[in-house]
Design a protein around this ligand. Structure first.
Ligand SMILES: Cc1cc2nc3c(=O)[nH]c(=O)nc-3n(C[C@H](O)[C@H](O)[C@H](O)COP(=O)(O)O)c2cc1C
Length: 201
């Protein structure tokens, strides 16, 4: 780990590309941890779709459990594991919805089956059987026929603007390297910068 790169986004970009190059399954998969409405942690995997404007972006149903939790408490942690590279990244920060235009633009690139699925699935809600879901898929296929499928209003992206990013490299005898970047103030606009710290494994 060279300590010369001072920008954590450059670090992340280099590691993410290494993950993709290594042909790891799901190099873009990250654990998204939110705070449950009951105050308990709640986690699941989502896919990183972009890093832009200083935010790590993923897309989901805005009425899902995770979205309800993020609306109530807009902070999250993301965790990547790239096992063959012996690397982990932990990202903590404030979460914001992406713009409607950005969500629409990404939605338009999705395979049609996924677009129909976004209309058919009331993500995180109880269903009586899988058959009900298949019926809803058929209904929306009929509704949109050969027309383009618009992005549902209840579907879109979130971006996590990090205030702390930790890069972990596995080393022999558990003497792992932990390099932490912490934002010196919550707002990047206020001229804040990244402070680096090494932690004992
Ligand atoms: C490899 C993988 C990738 C996933 N990617 C997404 C994703 O990008 N967006 C999403 O909403 N759910 C994704 N899921 C499903 C979520 O893990 C989860 O089941 C779903 O979002 C509902 O979570 P919630 O009830 O906590 O809101 C993915 C699951 C796996 C295993």
């Amino acid at each position: 780990m060279s300590h010369e790169i001072r920008d954590p986004f450059e670090w992340f970009d280099a590691w993410f590309k290494d993950g993709l190059k290594t042909n790891l399954d799901n190099a873009d998969a990250m654990t998204l941890c939110t705070i449950g409405l009951d105050g308990k942690p709640s986690a699941r995997i989502v896919l990183l779709k972009a890093v832009e404007a200083g935010r790590f972006c993923f897309f989901t149903n805005y009425e899902s459990r995770k979205s309800r939790e993020l609306t109530a408490n807009p902070f999250a942690t993301l965790v990547f594991l790239w096992p063959t590279l012996n690397r982990q990244v932990r990202i903590e920060g404030r979460v914001e919805k992406l713009s409607r235009d950005r969500s629409d633009a990404y939605f338009a690139t999705r395979p049609r089956g996924s677009q129909i699925g976004a209309w058919a699935s009331n993500q995180s809600r109880e269903i009586s059987s899988h058959l009900d879901l298949e019926k809803r898929v058929a209904e929306f296929e009929a509704k949109f026929k050969d027309a383009p499928v618009p992005c549902p209003p209840h579907w879109g992206g979130f971006g996590v603007a990090p205030s702390r990013i930790e890069f972990w490299t596995g080393k022999p005898s558990r003497l792992h390297e932990r390099l932490v970047y912490t934002l010196t103030s919550e707002s990047v606009d206020a001229g804040s910068s990244w402070k680096t710290t090494l932690l004992s494994p």
